[in-house]
Design a binder for this molecule. Structure first.
Ligand code: SAM
Length: 196
């Protein structure tokens, strides 16, 4: 099935650009599903930086990576993604192939601790600055919880404001599934052409 859920769609695009040895960032580690996905695609010699503000999320991510035999592929950071520009080590800035945001709250955790537009936008701005030429951001938004629809609108506006010469920003959502609350954005850098 090609027309799939927004989450799977975003992973399908990421799978096309990630290569073994790449550096990736999971900006919302949560329960570690995305971290495992990224780690599998950059293994055996790449690295995934995982950020979250909740210790429970980092514990869950650590356990999921370990269960998948991928513990050595990731570094976990107890930090908000709005600090991503400082958290990603200087040596890795400008070398990151993909940054993944899976917004909202921690499934199974406190549903009132959610990502917020102001920090999400700061993080997106920081994320695009650490990408390598041709790198990409994948952003999955949930509109069903309080504040989620506002956040999705803020992400859409940020994407729409990116200069077309250097970026392609696309949006994906199922339009015939009643009540579907997931919208995905994929933002890809267009490498500058070498001067003739
Ligand atoms: N990617 C996760 C996975 O694969 O299981 C799911 C992420 S969950 C939907 C959203 C996560 O964002 C929560 O764990 C929450 O703690 C985290 N979060 C909220 N605000 C954050 C922030 N400012 N920086 C980083 N993570 C944040």
């Amino acid at each position: 099935m090609l027309a799939t859920a927004a989450l799977t769609f975003s992973q399908a695009l990421l799978a096309r650009i990630l290569r073994p040895g790449d550096i990736a960032v999971d900006a919302t580690a949560g329960n570690g599903h995305d971290a495992v996905f990224l780690a599998r695609h950059v293994a055996p010699n790449g690295l995934v930086h995982c950020l979250d503000i909740q210790p429970a999320a980092l514990d869950s991510t650590r356990a999921r990576l370990a269960a998948a035999g991928l513990a050595d592929m990731a570094r976990l950071h107890d930090a908000g993604h709005e600090r991503l520009g400082d958290i990603v080590p200087a040596a890795d800035r400008g070398r990151v192939r993909a940054v993944v945001f899976n917004l909202g709250y921690l499934p199974g955790g406190d549903a009132t601790v959610t990502t917020r537009p102001v920090t999400t936008l700061a993080a997106l701005e920081a994320a695009r600055r650490v990408l390598c030429p041709g790198g990409a951001l994948a952003v999955v938004c949930y509109t069903g919880h309080p504040g989620g629809a506002d956040e999705a609108r803020a992400v859409a506006a940020w994407c729409a404001g990116l200069p077309f010469a250097a970026w392609r920003a696309a949006r994906y959502e199922l339009v015939n599934k009643p009540g579907d609350a997931i919208v995905s954005f994929f933002v890809e850098n267009i490498p500058a052409r070498p001067a003739a």
